[in-house]
Write a protein that binds this ligand. Structure first.
Ligand code: ADP
Ligand code: NI
Length: 220
């Protein structure tokens, strides 16, 4: 399924997104956007619900104006951009709703999620866990020059979003603050299913990490 087949707007949208994420860390580069786009379509194909144009545009635009990297949200700019491309208000509103509510720190106080938000959010969360999620977490930690692990670092209280946004914790803490929680926060059945293997891999990674750090060896 390619909603942009023969649609000249696609190159303009790609250019806009690439410009928008310029300066983000490489865990939030164009490949991340492409993975979220493909995963969203993969989930959509299985679940068979939602408006595929909104899902595709929502996936492409989801990280524009991310407050981890940008000083301001860009909801008005996104609206103007999509209006100029001729998209109808219903589509634009839905895409902005995804952009506003996708992130871990802003979304779960929202009770009613659109089907399209649920799908793109699951795709974005799946890309934050598993082998790719581990790579992205350490990449972001490196980008911010965070410690990898500090044994005596006191963990943040789970669910405290104010503390989460301000946190400068070591990257290992981020697994407990966010990454290991994502499996149980998936919206769709397909998202839940895909999260299982990725979650198990992170647990295995952590076990091995501590084994090496604390010099544990199997007795032979
Ligand atoms: P969110 O807005 O929910 O944080 P994003 O998809 O924009 O979601 O970014 C998540 C990515 O950034 C994940 O791969 C995540 O591991 C990484 N990331 C965000 N904060 C941190 C952090 N404090 N330490 C390590 N990685 C982080
Ligand atoms: Ni993202």
């Amino acid at each position: 399924m390619n909603v942009f087949e023969n649609d000249k707007r696609y190159t303009e949208i790609i250019d806009y997104v690439k410009r928008g994420i310029n300066g983000y860390d490489s865990g939030h580069d164009w490949y991340h956007i492409q993975r979220v786009y493909s995963l969203s379509l993969y989930i959509y194909d299985i679940e068979g619900v939602g408006d595929v144009t909104i899902i595709c545009l929502g996936a492409l635009i989801h990280d524009i104006g991310d407050r981890k990297f940008d000083e301001y949200h860009k909801h008005d700019e996104i609206r103007l951009f999509l209006e100029n491309l001729g998209y109808e208000a219903r589509v634009i509103d839905a895409v902005i709703d995804i952009n506003k509510n996708i992130s871990f720190s802003s979304s779960d106080n929202k009770s009613e999620k659109s089907t399209e938000l649920m799908i793109v959010q699951d795709a974005d969360r799946l890309d934050a866990i598993g082998a790719i999620g581990i790579a992205r977490a350490f990449n972001y930690g490196g980008f911010k020059n965070r410690a990898i692990y500090q044994p005596d670092y006191i963990a943040l209280p789970a669910g405290d979003m104010v503390a989460y946004r301000k946190s400068t914790s070591p990257t290992l803490n981020h697994f407990y603050e966010k990454l290991l929680l994502l499996k149980d926060m998936m919206n769709t059945a397909t998202g839940k299913r895909l999260a299982v293997e990725r979650h198990a891999f992170m647990e295995q990674f952590l076990e091995q990490f501590y084994r090496e750090w604390y010099l544990k060896e199997d007795k032979r």
